[in-house]
Design a protein around this ligand. Structure first.
Ligand code: ATP
Ligand code: MG
Length: 397
């Protein structure tokens, strides 16, 4: 048993000693059987949150209304959730109200896919009520019970299904896929943030090509924000040989594939509820990519984009098969006379004090022209050559 389970086992033991039932559940059991790395182990129990809190000295109320208490044990944190059903679905979203139940099988029944509906007792015994082990062996994502019903309860599950195809390298069971095609419009009831999270996991999964293939085949792609009508363009994803490894490169790739103009990029990123930081990075990469696919970057552009954007752009060009010599670009960047405006040998105060230029916006313009001249190799980055250069251009600027 992996260390992470051994460390968590006392939690199960403690709950059992207090007279409760407790099991490892969900993704950790699936990943254990798949021999995949396990990032967090979740525990399900028939103890109520208040009872869980009485048993463990250090707990955090992370989601009491959903029955979840975070237990600190040793140096680790574990989510302990009371067995529950989610009987009252509304609006095709998971309910904010849950009902606690006494047995594990009720809890497993509400889970999305058979491979996620496995549990493991403290003894290591696996509990599999829905054929999850068979599906793991056959590498199949299959809804628990009637797929259509399950997607009506929570439409996000359709995205999760395709995400697991990409993450695990599985195929989508036929009826589950059919139910996606027939119910795909329900995705519009789901918050974009939640769709984004699954789409991103799909895009960064090791089998993202298969994920995209299913997304297109099932037509679910038509219900993703701003991707309706773009499936013929997105089919080009299936012809690629390399795939994105970071969030900004993933978004930049999608944007280039669907041929957005620079002006449309911002709105696209905003509609997908990306953070300003990610949106900005993506905008920079797309802009830089547009230039490198046309012509050489100037030194000033190398300086302005910076090494992070350059590296991402080179990766994007590789993915798209665009002939860009990344080694040369990075080498040119490394040989720039300066990498940051702070490295300029003078500042505004120097121009005012030594060259008698009055304060005002003109100072900023002169500094920018100085920076241009240094980056273009026309002058050296020292006070003497800058002073000489500025004196010369003050007559025209
Ligand atoms: P990951 O490796 O991404 O964490 P996971 O399977 O653990 O994958 P989580 O979102 O962490 O996914 O959810 C934990 C478990 O909760 C799942 O394995 C599944 O049993 C259940 N679950 C999560 N989301 C849903 C949902 N939308 N509908 C039904 N069950 C769900
Ligand atoms: Mg998880």
């Amino acid at each position: 048993l992996p260390q992470i389970f051994k460390e968590a086992r006392p939690i199960i033991k403690n709950l059992e000693q207090a007279g409760f039932k407790a099991y490892f559940v969900g993704g950790s059991v699936r990943d254990l059987l798949l021999k995949r790395p396990i990032h967090d182990v979740d525990i399900a129990t028939n103890a109520y949150p208040a009872e869980v809190k009485r048993i463990f000295p250090v707990t955090i109320d992370t989601g009491i209304q959903h029955g979840t208490v975070t237990v600190k044990y040793g140096e680790e944190f574990y989510e302990v959730t009371t067995f529950r059903t989610e009987s009252t679905y509304q609006d095709f979203r998971r309910p904010d109200h849950v009902e606690f139940v006494q047995n594990l099988s009720e809890d497993l029944k509400r889970r999305d896919f058979t491979i996620n509906a496995l549990a493991m007792a403290g003894s290591g015994e696996i509990i599999d009520h829905f054929g999850g082990i068979t599906d793991l062996n056959n590498k199949v994502v299959r809804a628990v019970g009637e797929a259509r019903e399950r997607f009506h309860e929570d439409a996000l599950r359709m995205m999760r299904a395709v995400r697991f195809v990409s993450q695990l390298g599985f195929t989508l069971e036929r009826d589950t896929k059919k139910a996606i095609t027939e119910n795909r419009e329900l995705l519009h009831h789901i918050a974009v943030e939640r769709i984004r999270e699954e789409f991103l996991k799909l895009g960064l999964g090791p089998d993202s090509k298969d994920g995209f293939s299913v997304l297109i085949d099932s037509e679910l792609i038509e219900d993703l924000p701003l991707l309706a009508g773009k499936s013929s363009l997105l089919k080009n994803y299936l012809t690629l040989n390399f795939f994105p490894t970071t969030e900004p490169i993933f978004w930049a790739l999608i944007i280039v594939l669907i041929k957005l103009t620079n002006d449309e990029v911002r709105a696209f990123m905003r509609t997908w509820k990306n953070s300003n930081e990610v949106a900005h990075q993506v905008q920079q990469i797309v802009e830089c990519f547009d230039i490198v696919s046309e012509r050489e970057l100037t030194n000033r552009e190398l300086f302005d984009f910076g090494v992070t954007t350059l590296a991402s752009t080179i990766d994007l060009a590789d993915i798209l098969g665009e002939p860009v010599n990344g080694v040369v670009l990075i080498d040119r960047y490394n040989h720039l006379p300066l990498k940051d405006a702070h490295e300029l040998a003078v500042d505004g105060r120097f121009l005012m004090a030594n060259l008698g230029i009055p304060a005002g916006p003109r100072i900023g313009r002169l500094l920018q022209l100085t920076l241009d001249a240094i980056l273009a190799g026309q002058i050296k980055n020292n006070q003497k050559s800058i002073a000489k250069y500025v004196k010369k251009i003050t007559s025209v600027v």
